[in-house]
Design a protein around this ligand. Structure first.
Ligand SMILES: [Zn+2]
Ligand SMILES: [Zn+2]
Length: 501
């Protein structure tokens, strides 16, 4: 019954509609008879009230617990309940911060006969306050600040849901609330609500979304199409101490996360091997679901390379050029001063070689051409054939100004070692399709909103938070960037702006 309209756009309506539906069917069935009985009691009461009371009290009537409010023109009890549920205690209903002293001013006179209230008690339950009174004429009344469902104040659920659904934590919200003495559910209630209602709802919404995505990909496969995917891991802390790793696959076409799996260290032999476990498990799951995977793009993690060679020889494995380029740049950056001016060009050139090769082995010739270029040589012969740089001719001034390298200096030799690195040359063939996993990096950084690395979560909570970040990402993916161009991710455009040299 919560989160129906005006939801935080980041999480997406889908989950809120789910939450509403699930909790409504779960919670309202059993309370329906009781609610109807209470309502008929109040219908009498409020009819009397409207006749006898001063109009200034109409505001109190409007603030009555929704459960008790009569619904005009409706006689069917079952539809009454669902309409009430939709309208009251809804996520989107406006709520107010009210000082207790101001609230109590409303309970000085009897709501039925208007005489002074003799006795009143207030009871609170988390975010809800309940006032019960008896007047001098022995009328009894009760008022609640929000509806209750199965004895649970709805606002306790709403406020707890808002905590996890926005990716924040109970601790942070509590600190804020304590400062102004705002009443919220206690920590234990929050965790109980989270595990009873919120996590199952998140899980359900995630499962539904994933089934939908997989069925679309199955249809693609049935009609002879294929799906190219990118995969990458995200650990809660670097290297050997990580407790959790999330391995996610993204559809290259839609940029949606089609599979995301949380691995804990106990499932792998050590922290670094969690990545391989997640990769394998996720890929198997996609293939078992009938998705026709063609190209898989990852970083050059050796264990992933090994897995791709053995159980999946029919899949084409590509490397993300950004990961490789980053490796190239960092490998020789510090070693040689004379090489410094060329480091950036090296990255650009690598990028260009992969992006312009059109998917074939021309990539190697393009890449290694830089060894001539850095010496100021733009035309050369190789095996009796003449080659030239791919850039436009340089004028005399450009040729004169540039600090070319001598082909016997140490900087040149250092560069040569990088360019002709045998592992790199071997891997070049897996860079020719110029596939990226940059979208996954973007996803991982937005995941921080729901699961900060410095915080510890239990497995189920962590899983729910990751599922929330996937829901968030998939819901918003079409709205952020439609471009798959070079400039889509700021790290690309700022690190290696064109032109190439
Ligand atoms: Zn009275
Ligand atoms: Zn050149």
């Amino acid at each position: 019954f919560i989160f129906y309209r005006n939801v935080p756009t980041s999480v997406g309506k889908v989950i809120f509609v789910r939450a509403k539906h699930r909790l409504q069917t779960f919670a309202f069935k059993e309370t329906a008879p009781k609610r109807v009985a209470l309502r008929s009691t109040l219908e009498k009461g409020s009819a009397v009230a409207s006749e006898t009371l001063d109009t200034s009290l109409s505001s109190i009537e409007a603030a009555y617990d929704s459960t008790f409010l009569p619904l005009s023109g409706s006689t069917s009890s079952s539809s009454d309940v669902s309409v009430t549920a939709d309208q009251q205690g809804d996520w989107s209903e406006r709520k107010w911060i009210v000082n207790e002293s101001a609230l109590m001013e409303l309970f000085t006179t009897c709501h039925t006969c208007g005489v002074a209230i003799e006795e009143k008690t207030t009871v609170s339950n988390g975010s809800m306050i309940k006032v019960e009174w008896t007047c001098l004429n022995q009328h009894k009344g009760m008022w609640r600040s929000c509806p209750e469902v199965r004895g649970m104040p709805e606002n306790n659920l709403v406020s707890s849901a808002a905590i996890i659904f926005t990716g924040t934590t109970e601790t942070e919200i509590k600190e804020w609330a304590d400062l102004i003495n705002l009443q919220l559910p206690k920590k234990t209630s929050y965790y109980a609500l989270q595990s009873t209602y919120l996590i199952p709802v998140v899980h359900q919404a995630y499962t539904d979304m994933q089934e939908l995505i997989l069925s679309e990909l199955q249809e693609t496969a049935c009609s002879g199409g294929h799906t190219d995917i990118g995969g990458d891991a995200r650990s809660d802390s670097p290297g050997y101490s990580a407790k959790y790793t999330t391995y996610s696959f993204m559809d290259d076409l839609t940029k949606k996360i089609i599979m995301s799996d949380l691995i804990q260290v106990s499932e792998a032999s050590s922290s670094p091997t969690m990545e391989a476990v997640g990769f394998r498990r996720g890929l198997d799951c996609l293939l078992d679901s009938g998705v026709c995977v063609d190209v898989v793009t990852t970083d050059r993690h050796p264990s992933i390379q090994k897995i791709m060679r053995e159980p999946y020889p029919n899949l084409r494995h590509q490397f993300d050029p950004w990961h490789v380029a980053k490796g190239i740049i960092s490998s020789k950056k510090k070693e040689n001063q004379d090489l410094q001016p060329w480091v950036k060009s090296l990255g650009n050139h690598f990028w260009w070689s992969c992006s312009s090769c059109g998917g074939d082995e021309k990539v190697e010739r393009r890449w290694t051409s830089i060894l001539h270029h850095v010496c100021g040589i733009h035309r050369w012969e190789d095996d009796g054939q003449e080659y030239q740089c791919y850039h436009e001719d340089l004028d005399e001034e450009q040729q004169r100004r540039k600090k070319w390298l001598a082909n016997d200096c140490s900087a040149y030799n250092a560069l040569k070692a990088v360019v002709l690195d045998k592992y790199l040359l071997k891997d070049l063939n897996q860079l020719t399709l110029f596939k990226h996993t940059g979208g996954l990096e973007v996803f991982h950084s937005s995941m921080l909103k729901y699961a900060e690395k410095r915080r510890h979560y239990s497995y189920v909570t962590m899983q729910a938070r990751i599922q929330l970040s996937v829901l968030d990402h998939n819901h918003n993916v079409g709205r952020q960037h439609d471009s798959t161009e070079f400039g889509e991710y700021s790290r690309y455009s700022t690190s290696w702006p064109l032109p190439l040299f």
